[in-house]
Design a protein around this ligand. Structure first.
Ligand code: ATP
Ligand code: MG
Length: 656
């Protein structure tokens, strides 16, 4: 018996009844208001045009808001012109805010740098001149392969300033991943560093660039190298240049040239959680409008007083939209931290929050679950009273992780915004608005003003509340991807062919009785057990709600009798006693929370889970293990040894 929507049949879901209405004092000062929804509902395009004009400085105003004639290829604000880097730097200086701190940088070894908007503007101008002197021109592509250091931000803005598209490649990726991304984009310049600091050690980056260029990335004529660690590097004279030398020689003045709103801004590859990464193309005016709008309203940004910290790496889309473009367009003061949360101790993040007085923290569920595993005594040692808003992105946040985040980090006081979006959407799409929305642990809740979503059945019909289906976007949005680099057919095929005129996000979702959206995991991850479609995230959340469990990943493994059997991989909280029969204990717990059908057949206690570099659980690899198959593509995995450990432990799994 097949049902026609993912997770249909799972009607006896655990109920989530906890509600957190906005605090009246917070709401009285809030940036967002419910009027935004009304304005956008009355005139969606007019709403976005107004946001574009009020949030950004345009060199030439636009006369059309959206051109959708050639759908699914969109043009937003097409005849308008602006310079993205000017909007993120110079204009704040022109407005008298040059002395405001743009970046508080904290290196992993403890070195710090404070960069004001005036200083940032000066650095970006110089770097733009360096790029021009190396022959980089408008329309060219530049690969950026750097640690989380201020030069990464400067390099991205310098590219934007001259109209060259950047392709940031996460610094933890291999030479091979770098090579294929350089080749795909035909980049002419690579900006890298000798290395960076991670887990208390200096790691090297330049050797991977040398290998990538020697193994086929032959469009590159120069490599610009930031000196971060001082380690020895191989040098190719004529090709390689030191950043600090080039910057020193560069002219101070550079006048930002207006660019068309549809000028390509960057190419970025998706995380590769469900398949091979795709090169997603974003352009200028629409993208900057939506990242600025969402950064201001979703994070309740008060630029004069807030200290904002998004912990994402610039190698990921969250780093593009909510470290670089959104915060800087809004003139925010932010923290950038180079290293890992456990270096030199497990309280490092909380020490940073206290040190800089961070008011807004934006991070991923994977980090929150790690902190849960380490225990609440660690954040308790630090003064977190400056925090007034917490955000989450990257995966569904399990309700118990949400509650922990609010209670332990947010002192039972801060609103939490669970933000759903993708590399492809460019900016946040579904999220509560702080001060407006009554929040629910585990739900991303409502499409933002100006955004239209639906949940459809296999047949493309909207499904009723409380039933699972496919999340789609029903109207074009300003920050939408403009395509997959060099592959218009794959763009249409991947996103626009599953349902006519609807953008297919690839995620399962349902609406609850109030119409709020719950993300249920990747469509590819949905399991089918005895004809019941089960959602991974709901079983995982049931496991995480057990006091001994910090983190869980669930997959379906082929099974002769039931079609698929639920297979669970769990990480225990530190100090939790495994006991002789943890498997039975957890199975009973899932049965109580959800129902007998969701009980995992196999449960394996593990020390680590396979995750992408951006911290998402890679269930497709766990499925390979559970079905005893050869393990698939692991190139975007953060730590590939994890898979060997898990595969070797499978035979000792608790089995029902
Ligand atoms: P690929 O498309 O190559 O498999 P990816 O989808 O992991 O990679 P990203 O664009 O970084 O690459 O991730 C977007 C996805 O992350 C979304 O489609 C969704 O599955 C998940 N996601 C992001 N934020 C949330 C959230 N708040 N709640 C639930 N899921 C989320
Ligand atoms: Mg994706």
């Amino acid at each position: 018996m097949a049902t026609d929507t993912p997770a249909a049949g799972l009607s006896n879901l655990a109920q989530e009844d906890r509600r957190f209405p906005p605090d009246p004092a917070f709401a009285a000062q809030a940036v967002a208001s419910s009027a935004l929804y009304e304005q956008a509902r009355a005139d969606r395009l007019g709403f976005w045009a107004q946001q574009a004009r009020s949030l950004l400085d345009w060199s030439r105003d636009f006369t059309t808001t959206l051109d959708w004639d050639d759908a699914p290829f969109a043009k937003w604000f097409e005849d308008g012109q602006l310079n993205v880097a000017y909007n993120c730097a110079d204009r704040h200086v022109a407005a008298g805010n040059g002395e405001r701190v743009a970046i508080h940088f904290e290196g992993e070894p403890g070195d710090t740098r404070t960069i004001t908007y005036a200083e940032l503007t000066a650095l970006v101008k110089k770097c733009a001149n360096v790029l021009l002197s190396l022959g980089v021109r408008k329309g060219d592509r530049v690969a950026i392969y750097l640690p989380m250091i201020p030069e990464a931000v400067v390099a991205m803005l310098a590219c934007a300033r001259i109209g060259a598209a950047h392709s940031v490649v996460f610094g933890g990726f291999s030479a091979d991943a770098l090579r294929s991304r350089i080749q795909d984009a035909e980049a002419s310049l690579v900006i890298t560093s000798d290395g960076g600091y991670r887990r208390g050690k200096a790691t090297a980056l330049k050797p991977a660039v040398d290998t990538a260029l020697a193994s086929g990335a032959d469009t590159v004529s120069n490599v610009l190298v930031v000196r971060r660690t001082g380690q020895d590097v191989e040098w190719t004279p004529g090709r390689d240049l030191w950043w600090h030398e080039a910057m020193e020689q560069a002219d101070d003045e550079h006048v930002a040239e207006p660019m068309d709103a549809e000028q390509p801004l960057f190419i970025l590859y998706t995380s590769g959680t469900t398949g091979n990464p795709k090169g997603i193309l974003h352009t200028s005016g629409g993208y900057l409008t939506q990242v600025a709008f969402t950064h201001r309203n979703v994070f309740d940004l008060h630029p004069q007083t807030d200290v904002y910290w998004c912990t994402a790496d610039v190698g990921w889309v969250t780093g593009h939209s909510y470290v670089v473009y959104g915060p800087l367009a809004n003139g925010a003061t932010q923290v950038i931290y180079e290293g890992t949360p456990e270096t030199p101790h497990q309280g490092r993040w909380w020490e940073i929050v206290a040190k800089f007085g961070v008011t807004i923290l934006y991070t991923a569920p994977t980090a929150i679950r790690t902190f849960m595993k380490w225990g609440e005594q660690i954040p308790a040692q630090h003064d977190l009273s400056s925090l007034r808003l917490l955000g989450s992105v990257g995966e569904s946040i399990n309700p118990e992780a949400w509650m922990w985040y609010r209670r332990v980090i947010g002192a039972d006081r801060t609103p939490i915004v669970d933000t759903w979006w993708q590399t492809e959407t460019g900016a946040i799409m579904v999220s509560p608005l702080p001060g407006v929305t009554t929040t629910k642990p585990g739900s991303a809740q409502v499409p933002l003003p100006g955004i239209s979503v639906d949940v459809l059945s296999d047949a493309g019909e909207p499904v009723p509340n409380e039933q699972a289906g496919y999340l789609v976007l029903t109207e074009p949005w300003p920050a939408m991807l403009r395509g997959i680099w060099g592959d218009p057919d794959r763009y249409k095929e991947t996103y626009w062919s599953r349902f006519e005129h609807r953008y297919f996000a690839g995620d399962g979702a349902k609406r609850d009785e109030d119409g709020d959206i719950w993300l249920l995991g990747r469509v590819d991850d949905v399991m089918n057990v005895s004809g019941h479609r089960l959602s991974t995230i709901e079983i995982e959340s049931a496991l995480v709600s057990h006091p001994k469990v910090a983190e869980a990943a669930v997959v379906g493994a082929a099974d002769e009798t039931t079609g698929q059997a639920v297979c669970a991989f769990v990480i225990l909280r530190s100090g939790a006693q495994e006991g002789p029969d943890i498997g039975t204990e957890l199975r009973e717990h899932v049965a109580n929370q959800i129902g007998g059908i969701a009980k995992p057949r196999k449960i394996l206690v593990v020390a680590e889970l396979p995750k992408t570099r951006s911290g998402k659980i890679m269930r497709r690899l766990l499925r390979d293990v559970a079905e005893k198959r050869h393990i698939g593509d692991v190139t975007t995995l953060a730590d590939s040894s994890v898979m060997d450990l898990i595969a070797s432990g499978l035979d000792s799994a608790s089995q029902e």
